[in-house]
Design a protein around this ligand. Sequence first.
Ligand code: PMT
Length: 224
Amino acid sequence: GAGPDLAGRHVVVSAGGTREPLDPVRFLGNRSSGKQGYALARTAAARGARVTLVSANSALPKPAGVDLVHVGSARELHEAVTEAAADADAVVMAAAVADFRPASYAGGKIKKKDGQDPEPLALVRNPDILAGLSADRPRAGQVVAGFAAETDDVLAHGRAKLAAKGCDLLVVNEVGESKTFGAEENEAVVLGADGSETAVPHGPKEALAETVWDLIAQRFPGQG
Ligand code: PMT
């Protein structure tokens, strides 16, 4: 830790994985546990920040000293992050957000019909929260960071994603069915819009979180 270097700052962190409901009992989801986002929230609080943690479907206990907002779907996450970001110095999108959701929601449980093939599942796009925040910053000098979860050609995809999303920092990590998702540890390369690349070796998710806050703090207006 770097001491209370985030004192007086409001930071927003998203964590966990969205669930896109199909009917009252089913959803499309992903394998995020929330551990990386909660580690970011805990470390920012320990460094003195006021923290709003927007958490999607994580089973983790509430970290002490953070404001916790629970959400389910990508659209709920979008609304909660946008509201909290209005007066934030930094936003970090660690949540795994569904790019698509079912085109329609069935008010009653979808039934199988005897002898019939299932209907194909129609999907529509969700808003890109990170790209939207990066393009329309509610506050001048707000620092916006995202994550890129990749399974192959990790750095190449990460560099392309940084350009597409328009954020200041992108934390590129490799994921698999049990790689990074749900694990206690992570490793990453943090790409900066200024061309910087910071490699963070395999270690606790808190250690990666500390590096992310170091890089964010350097980018606050008036810092060097
Ligand atoms: O929760 P854990 O089990 O600890 O696992 C951690 C993690 C793997 C979930 C985390 O480290 C991580 O990589 N989070 C981002 C997952 C993700 O959605 O990656 P992506 O490459 O699909 O999205 C890129 C960025 O855009 C992310 O910051 C994401 O939050 C954001 N996004 C994506 C889609 C969308 N519609 N809106 C967004 O804002």
